[in-house]
Design a protein around this ligand. Sequence first.
Ligand code: SAM
Ligand code: SF4
Length: 326
Amino acid sequence: MKLIDSHGRTINYLRLSVTDRCNMRCFYCMPKEGIVKKGHAAMLTYEELLLIAETAVGLGIEKIRITGGEPLVRADIVDFLRTLSRIPRLQHLALTTNGLLLEEMAADLYEAGVQRLNVSLDSLNAQTFNTITRGGDLKKVLAGLDAAERAGFPPPKINCVIMRGVNDAEILDFADMSLSHGNSIRFIEYMPAIKEDDWQRYCISGVEILDRIAVRYPLEQEDKGPFAGPSRDFRIPGAKGSIGIITAVSGHFCSECNRIRVTSTGQAKGCLFADAKTDLLPWLRPPDREGLAKVLKGIVSAKPERHNISQVGYAHTNFTMSQVGG
Ligand code: SAM
Ligand code: SF4
């Protein structure tokens, strides 16, 4: 079975957020004071998250990425991932993490059946990292990356949000990292996720990032593999790892969009930057598998053709990135 939206795109990817809580406070993702904590009852239980995942896979979803907030802070996450990994016909189970808890959890995640990890890492400088994340410890994240490879994972993909005047001086340092490390380093354009009037001041386009790398290194374009996602990938000849750009703002990849999202409170979204959301709770409490399948299909067919964040006067959505899961 295939899920096709009304613009002819095949939707085979679900991003499922398991919590909106986090052990970091990245300034571009969360307000300093954190988000207003939802009561326990508002969060989907693992049974409810599983029902969504199974129903989505039954409809044609092939890849699930677990995200948050920080997914590794939710209690019993490893057992939940093990259950997910056993869903028949689910081809790919991935997880995005800030890496703080990876050192102690990598082996369990691998054993539970997670196939790939994306780790967010915006700076290789301990002080800058600490400032961006409002307190994060770079050493822990680097130790987590090592632990992931020791556990058997392929080198995690690195998500790096580049912001003018914050960490753009490190673009070449990350490019250097790709020479000696097998990680795919994906530079993500800064997106308007917290309510800030002059968010554009941080934006650096993917093209500018590539231009800055090209001053030092030639870049060869890489072929897209299955489940490659929105990243356009390149490699410095002879480098162990690759470099990618995710141009959500400047050159949006909406025509290739293959995903839907569900938040940890059961709000389904067809587009990260659209206000439209569908509350899945009526089909989860009590569980109604058939009704849920119908409503998920409806969300897919109502997916907007494109987002409008590049347009003048774009109004922020009502969600922070930590609530939707990126
Ligand atoms: N806590 C996990 C992490 O940081 O990897 C998973 C959730 S986080 C919301 C998922 C991704 O969204 C991260 O890679 C993060 O860098 C990205 N993100 C958050 N806010 C963003 C923004 N304003 N612009 C671009 N990417 C953003
Ligand atoms: Fe937490 Fe990830 Fe958001 Fe940073 S980007 S505050 S680690 S959810």
